[in-house]
Design a protein around this ligand. Structure first.
Ligand code: CA2
Length: 159
């Protein structure tokens, strides 16, 4: 089974995870979540790299780089840019790399302006509301999408 490469992108303010607003975003830091994703990736033959930025253009640059690199899938929590960024949407569509949209909180249970995402209609899936576990579910979903029939013991016995 070949290794798949997943890029995880985190939008603005997510570098503050674990320090404030635990009611919405939990107690885990981004480093805690990255560690868990890497461990899960190891068990699923997926290599996980992560990038966080508070700047829209830097996220666009990283998405463009992914297109010229060896990235098979993108997991993205665009944070506030979810609700505003045509630039991030355009970059993702231009790369043609499948992506999963992730949110720590259930955006549909919060303020109305958070209900709209400029990415959801183009994502292979959207996961929201499970705190740091949202990212792990996204990695699993991406794995099933990219490596169909290879992810569980029942399928791997003959491979
Ligand atoms: O629930 C999510 O993951 C969000 O993408 C988080 C964004 C918010 O704008 C989206 O509507 C939903 C906000 C991220 C802010 O992160 C913080 C972390 C710790 C302390 C303060 C903010």
């Amino acid at each position: 089974m070949s290794t798949t490469h997943i890029l995880v992108l985190h939008g603005p303010n997510l570098n503050m995870l674990g320090s404030r607003e635990p009611d919405h975003y939990g107690h885990q830091t981004l480093a805690d979540i990255s560690k868990q994703m890497i461990a899960l990736g190891d068990s699923l033959n997926m290599e996980i790299s992560s990038f966080q930025s508070n700047h829209e253009g830097e996220l666009v640059d990283r998405i463009q780089q992914a297109a010229s690199g060896q990235i098979d899938g993108i997991v993205i929590n665009p944070a506030a840019y979810t609700h505003t960024s045509v630039a991030i949407r355009d970059a993702l569509l231009a790369t043609d790399i499948p992506f999963v949209e992730v949110h720590l909180s259930n955006i549909h249970g919060r303020e109305t302006f958070r209900h709209r995402s400029l990415l959801s209609d183009k994502a292979i899936g959207v996961i929201a509301g499970f705190g740091g576990t949202s990212y792990l579910l996204a990695i699993r979903g991406m794995g099933e999408f990219l490596q169909p029939l290879q992810q569980t013991d029942q399928y791997t016995t003959d491979r």
